[in-house]
Write a protein that binds this ligand. Sequence first.
Ligand SMILES: Nc1nc2c(c(=O)[nH]1)N[C@H]1C(S)=C(S)[C@@H](COP(=O)(O)O)O[C@H]1N2
Ligand SMILES: [Mo]
Length: 300
Amino acid sequence: MAGRWKNDLTENAVTPERAFLDRRQVMAGLAGVGLAASLPGVARAEGLKPNSWEEVTTYNNYYEFGTGKDDPARYAEALTVAPWTVKIDGMVDRPADYALEDILAKMTIEERLYRFRCVEAWSMVIPWNGFELSDLLALAGVQSGAKYVAFETLYRPEEMRGQAYPVLEWPYVEGLRLDEAMHPLTIMATGIYGKDLPNQNGAPLRVVVPWKYGFKSIKSVVRITLTDKQPPTSWNKANRREYGFYSNVNPQVDHPRWSQASERPIGGGLFAKRIPTLAFNGYGEEVAGLYAGMDLSKQF
Ligand SMILES: Nc1nc2c(c(=O)[nH]1)N[C@H]1C(S)=C(S)[C@@H](COP(=O)(O)O)O[C@H]1N2
Ligand SMILES: [Mo]
């Protein structure tokens, strides 16, 4: 299943724009798959038009560099992203400080065209490059008692000017349930549009979970910890009434201060129409089963 996912989404990612990857490479990757057209992801991603490079890299949330949408593009350049180390620890067989280059040598980078929905009710479509988080976790060897994955962003106030301000508790932390982390849609992104991830988008390595609000997709990850307890998360610590641990995109559960029923696509211009927000950001067919039996209005 995981293998098919890679391939059908890879083709989708390229079809709308083509410019950023040689299509022949993709077709080579698809050789022998054949089943792509019958998979749910194909119909879902058809017709998705990616936002421009300009939009994806100039309208950002990255509070380590300021709270304005244009602050990250202006200030994240100051961040040193090489060398980069990711500590993987907790309930794993091989806890270690993993050099990013050693990780990348073992991973297959692929394209994923994903909808991206911020809790603030704007959205984009982003052509990511990256690898499945499950492949990284396999490197470290997840132990049987592990139930959650905790993530931590770099803390380096000398280079991250926003960390001088207590808008959030630093470092930024996030978490997923283990089955969410292992889901083939959950990736570690290393690029967009076939280029290295710009600093403002979370270089050199960030999480992307497309069916959850954007703040779950933590940037510039330096630590991944396997644990048996639900880990604290930055926005939940800041305001637990407004931001839950799960934070699945849900048009039926409004934010206490605004509706989540619709969203404003970035790039549509001044008079752009809002569009309806989809349950699980449109990925329900793939992920709704993870939440069977849960009351998602209570566990939001
Ligand atoms: N470390 C860190 N990760 C973060 C954030 C942040 O402020 N710090 N903002 C989050 C929010 S609210 C959103 S919407 C997305 C924005 O990702 P983008 O700027 O690449 O579109 O990053 C998420 N990851
Ligand atoms: Mo967000």
